[in-house]
Design a protein around this ligand. Structure first.
Ligand SMILES: [Mg+2]
Length: 374
């Protein structure tokens, strides 16, 4: 089997409401889709959703690199030879994890379709019956966040993740206490500062102030690259810490484990460069006794479905933030169902387990020039 058809589409998908986190406000998901076709008629889909702040890649740059540099390497290659393909990609370009994730996902999708199995089945089979997803609250006024949290609980959520890390520390403390008061003691509350508390001293002060709200864990409290500082926060507060922006690879996971810098790691396909490296990172975490979440960059159903497949298949995965499809006004594929706080997918559907609507892909195709002129 060999790859004979290669296509790449830049798309912009509008969100229902803007997503506000510590480093920006987002109105759209900006992705680059990859479609690979084999000489046997199989089609694999992948998606790159770069986050310039986290992966160092832009939307325009990712499209250009895929189109001109990475995708041409795939022509006539065996799509099942993932290790060899990654070696060629890594030999040409260092980093560029979102671009490589788009390719990796499409290769796994083809592997599943060739075998007639879901990717979760290829990874050892689902170990979770369903995935409980947490509602994610944008940064807002304390009363507004509290109201949104209460609505999420009424809609069936048992886990809520709130974004903080805004300019004034005491505003964050007020937000967190307001949300806990609104949802009562039984809802699991997670707090993601997205590096917004910057340094250990500030983070320790914030976490001590919100301790009565009993957060299950605090996510990326300080600067991504300060692993020793995160270890300090963890020891000083006694509250579980999750590393997100700081961990991109199995190597990073190993350093977190060596420094005992976190209790959990947020695994995202756009940071690891796809499923292949994500599985290595999760394996390192399992060996070190760290738990994992499978997060996302707010992606369409295409990349989100890949996250669902790995989250289903690994015991170390205890949570997920695979919320892109519920935040999108328009999506590109079907195959994931979100209801009662749980995500479901057809376990017998091969590959990513989704059906991509090509008419929608064409409709939402956009160019970087159009955005620049907005
Ligand atoms: Mg995060």
């Amino acid at each position: 089997m060999k790859i004979v058809g290669i296509a790449c589409f830049a798309v912009r998908l509008p969100l229902v409401t803007p997503f506000i986190i510590s480093y920006g406000t987002y109105s759209h998901v900006e992705s680059v889709l990859v479609r690979l076709t084999t000489d046997t008629g199989l089609v694999g889909w992948g998606e790159a959703t770069p986050d310039p702040y986290v992966t160092g890649e832009s939307w325009a740059g990712t499209e250009a690199m895929l189109r001109h540099d990475l995708l041409p390497l795939l022509r006539d290659q065996n799509p099942l030879a993932r290790e060899a393909i990654h070696a060629r990609l890594d030999g040409l370009v260092t980093g560029a994890p979102s671009a490589k994730a788009a390719i990796d996902l499409a290769l796994w999708d083809i592997a599943g379709k060739q075998a007639g199995l879901s990717i979760a089945a290829l990874l050892g089979g689902p170990v979770h019956d369903t995935l409980v997803w947490h509602a994610t609250l944008s940064i807002g006024a304390p009363a507004a966040m509290a109201a949104e949290a209460r609505a999420a609980v009424m809609a069936g959520h048992t886990e809520i993740k709130m974004k903080v890390g805004a300019a004034r520390l005491m505003d964050d403390v007020e937000r967190i206490m307001a949300v806990r008061a609104a949802v009562g003691p039984d809802v699991a509350l997670m707090v993601d500062a997205n590096q917004g508390w910057r340094d250990p001293a500030t983070a320790i002060r914030a976490i001590q102030a919100i301790a009565p709200a009993a957060p299950v864990w605090i996510e990326q409290a300080i600067r991504a690259d300060d692993f020793a500082g995160l270890a300090e926060v963890r020891r000083a507060t006694g509250i579980a810490q999750m590393a997100d922006e700081g961990v991109h690879s199995a190597r990073d996971g190993l350093r977190i484990a060596e420094l005992r810098a976190a209790d959990l790691v947020n695994v995202k396909l756009m940071k690891t460069g796809g499923i292949t490296e994500a599985m290595r990172l999760i394996a390192v975490c399992e060996a070190a006794g760290l738990r994992c979440m499978v997060g996302s960059m707010v992606e369409s159903t295409i990349a989100t479905a890949a996250g669902v497949q790995i989250a289903l298949a690994r015991r170390a995965v205890v949570a997920n933030g695979l919320v892109g499809p519920v935040m999108l006004r328009d999506d590109l594929a079907t195959g994931l169902t979100y209801a009662d706080g749980a995500i479901r997918t057809d376990p017998d559907a091969p590959g990513l387990g989704i059906a991509v609507d090509e008419e929608r892909v064409t409709r939402f195709a956009a160019t970087t020039r159009e955005r620049a002129e907005e």
